[in-house]
Design a protein around this ligand. Structure first.
Ligand code: SF4
Ligand code: SF4
Length: 195
């Protein structure tokens, strides 16, 4: 019995390596070098797969999970009620918030009587799983197809409301992130949730 036959194979993909003597051409590596050069040169004439980022940007799918947006309702009030469910659902513990009570003169700013005075997401922790979006009962947080840009300081990756909250004059369309059933339900304006 040879040494190779003694070796037990755990799969049927085992391959016995031959130890045959090299020919003269194989010894001087010349054919192998030519073959390597042929592969290199052949790539000059093939379609380029690299993209000159950031000058050229590849199209991103609309359902790509990138930077979050804190949504406002139709009247521009913040939807988030600081319930904490997104933070609880977040597997990366990336979300922190401080709740506050809405005052009488803040009715036009916040939809619910409790709101997030501070809302922060640590983008270095975030794995863009979308669980926060799934957990939110107020349709207040969604992920968008905006990519988080690179930065130098770790602190600059902690996004507060200044960078998360939807600007009043530049609304984010999140309809691509909602199911057909939800979009149908949202047409019913008798439901206060939909306004
Ligand atoms: S996308 Fe996932 S990891 Fe990121 S904040 Fe939301 S729940 Fe946390
Ligand atoms: S974003 Fe949604 S889940 Fe998170 S605290 Fe606000 S209302 Fe609650």
């Amino acid at each position: 019995m040879t040494e190779n036959q003694n070796i037990k194979s755990f799969t049927n993909r085992g391959k016995v390596v031959s130890n045959k003597k090299m020919t003269f051409l194989e010894k001087i590596y010349f054919p192998a070098i030519l073959h390597g050069l042929y592969i290199t040169f052949s790539h000059f004439f093939k379609k380029k797969v690299t993209v000159q980022y950031p000058e050229v940007k590849k199209p991103i799918p609309e359902v790509y999970r990138g930077k979050h947006v804190l949504k406002r309702d139709d009247e521009g009030k913040e939807r988030c009620t600081a319930c904490g469910l997104c933070a609880l659902a977040c597997p990366a513990e990336a979300i922190t918030m401080i709740a506050a009570e809405r005052k009488a003169d803040e009715m036009h700013l916040y939809r619910e009587e409790k709101y997030a005075r501070v809302y922060e997401i640590n983008m270095l922790r975030c794995i863009f799983c979308g669980m926060c979006e799934e957990a939110c009962p107020k349709e207040a947080i969604f992920l968008t197809n905006e990519i988080i840009s690179a930065d130098y300081q770790r602190n600059d990756f902690i996004f507060g409301k200044d960078r998360l909250l939807e600007p009043l004059d530049k609304r984010t369309d999140i309809s691509m992130r909602q199911t057909k059933e939800v979009l149908e339900f949202k047409k019913d304006k008798n439901q206060t949730h939909n306004n």
